[in-house]
Design a protein around this ligand. Structure first.
Ligand code: UDP
Ligand code: MG
Length: 489
């Protein structure tokens, strides 16, 4: 291709059902524009026939090019690969599911002719569930306050970028890529217009609740350090509150003599402070985790094949890796994860899980206390205790499955889960006894110490219950239908 005026970059992940319809719609819109164009498909490690379909599209039409990943690396990586492939003076990023209507391309190209470097097609929220609309609106409002860059509700990846803008995006080397923030950060003359949201033509959305939540957190953390500032403010506010409380107690003692110390106050203060400390640790952990990933300087993705590589049956091709950014002509064998890196990663995962487990523990204590306190005026306090305990165990199981272990809860895991509470009860009892009777410790301090010491064991047991339960469920239902691994952040 001599000069190319427009490149269309399309990340595709399991789009077998819709890719050909999309391609036809795209060609029918691009040809009448009388511009030279190329279509760059990026297969993000699809497990269906997407790769084969885009391979045949490329064979049939020289204007079609493609890159296929060795596994699912996430849409951000796929868009990056597409931008690297593109050779056009203008590049348009589009989804493959026809939710980004190709009919809007002429309008985008026209606006480019007026000199805009970024033309953004902004979708409204027609046809979207009420809950998702409300949550998204709240998220964008919060982002508006927190982030160092402006991210607008409805403005996504469907946009045209000039070559200058593409070069600016490609010059940003970060591993944790949050495109919405990157597009805003690079600046340039930008114009946007609104179009009516449509449902995907076929296939399923890959953005479930958890993936969206993680994407949201990525966005919040990638472009600002305000959560850390917030943690400092919360710490200072609490210290001031504690000072005020101490002064009040001293005045009380001076005026009315020594009173009996309140258990509830003590417990509430311990739980609240523990929660805030763990939450702060979690925030710091998120940033440290990101530094850790950035420091590794791993490629954003691994290429399995492109339209330029020889077409051989996938089983016969030894896996090859292309370094990132792609180095033409130099190929080296697939580098396996070294033992030490894998161990480092798993240790990091355990620490992250442990911190989250602790935070969930604090939340559950609060849940238990709330249920217990609200019920014990209506029903016998022991019944309130049992109900509160049961609610907090179920809550802790669900939260630890979804958030700590990032796996779906299973009945097998649920049956094993209370074991960690039983072991915790016995272990804290033994440690309490040793502390009070053996070491002569204060009863309250010994209880707190026993609780802290027993937490790692409870964590390991809870994780075992969830993971082994999930493994058992997988065995009994057979191999999962090629589940897509979540993208590397
Ligand atoms: N996609 C991708 N990799 C992924 C997930 C999605 O390349 O891991 C592609 C997908 O094929 C589609 C686009 O990103 O072209 C948007 O995905 P989807 O339609 O699932 O997202 P939604 O429109 O629901 O936000
Ligand atoms: Mg979609």
């Amino acid at each position: 291709m001599k000069t190319c005026q427009v490149s269309i970059v399309v990340p595709c992940f399991n789009e077998d059902e819709v890719i050909e319809a999309f391609h036809r719609a795209l060609i029918s819109v691009l040809e009448p524009t009388r511009r030279t164009f190329e279509i760059c498909y990026v297969d993000d490690g699809s497990s269906d026939r997407t790769r084969i379909r885009i391979g045949s599209l490329a064979t049939a039409d020289r204007r079609v090019r493609y890159t296929s990943f060795s596994r699912n690396f996430g849409k951000e990586a796929a868009m990056l690969a597409g931008l690297r492939m593109s050779r056009g003076d203008a590049v348009v990023l589009m989804d493959a599911d026809l939710q980004h209507p190709p009919e809007l391309l002429p309008r985008m190209l026209e606006l480019r002719r007026h000199g805009y470097d970024q033309v953004v097609a902004r979708r409204d929220r027609t046809g979207e569930g009420a809950l998702r609309t409300v949550l998204s609106a709240a998220y964008y409002r919060a982002m508006g306050r927190c982030m160092d860059v402006e991210v607008v509700d409805g403005e996504g990846d469907f946009r045209l970028l000039s070559r200058n803008a593409v070069d600016a995006v490609l010059a940003m080397p970060e591993t944790n890529r949050f495109s919405k923030g990157i597009f805003s950060w690079i600046g340039f003359d930008t114009v946007s217009f609104t179009y009516q949201n449509t449902q995907r033509a076929a296939g399923r959305s890959k953005w479930g609740g958890r993936r969206l939540l993680n994407y949201g957190i990525d966005g919040l953390i990638s472009f600002n350090s305000r959560p850390l500032r917030l943690a400092i403010h919360a710490g200072l506010a609490l210290a001031l509150a504690a000072l005020g409380y101490a002064l009040w107690i001293i005045t009380e003692v001076a005026l009315h003599g020594v009173g009996v110390p309140g258990y509830t106050t003590l417990l509430t203060a311990v739980v609240a402070l523990g929660g805030i400390q763990l939450a702060t640790l979690g925030i710091i952990g998120e940033y440290v985790g990101r530094i850790y990933y950035e420091a590794k300087r791993r490629p954003h993705y691994v290429v399995r094949e492109t339209d330029e590589s020889p077409h051989l049956p996938p089983v016969d091709i030894p896996a090859e890796v292309r370094s990132d950014p792609p180095v033409t002509g130099v190929r080296r064998p697939l580098a396996g994860r070294t033992g030490s890196t894998a161990m480092g990663a798993s240790r990091f995962r355990t620490v992250r899980q442990f911190i989250i487990f602790g935070m969930i523990g604090v939340v559950n204590t609060a849940v238990y206390l709330t249920v217990y306190v609200s019920l014990n005026t209506w029903i016998p306090y022991l019944a309130a205790h049992v109900i509160g305990y049961a609610v907090s165990i179920v809550g802790s199981f669900l939260l630890n499955s979804y958030i700590t272990c990032r796996t779906k809860p299973t009945w097998q895991a649920f049956v094993r889960y209370p074991l960690s509470s039983v072991v915790n009860l016995v272990l804290t009892g033994v440690l309490l006894y040793l502390g009070v009777s053996g070491l002569g410790m204060d009863k309250n301090i010994a209880a707190v110490a026993a609780g802290i010491l027993a937490t790692p064991f409870s964590f390991l047991l809870a994780r075992w219950a969830i993971d082994s339960g999930a493994a058992l469920a997988r065995q009994s239902t057979g191999p999962a239908e090629s589940p897509a691994r979540p993208p590397i952040p």
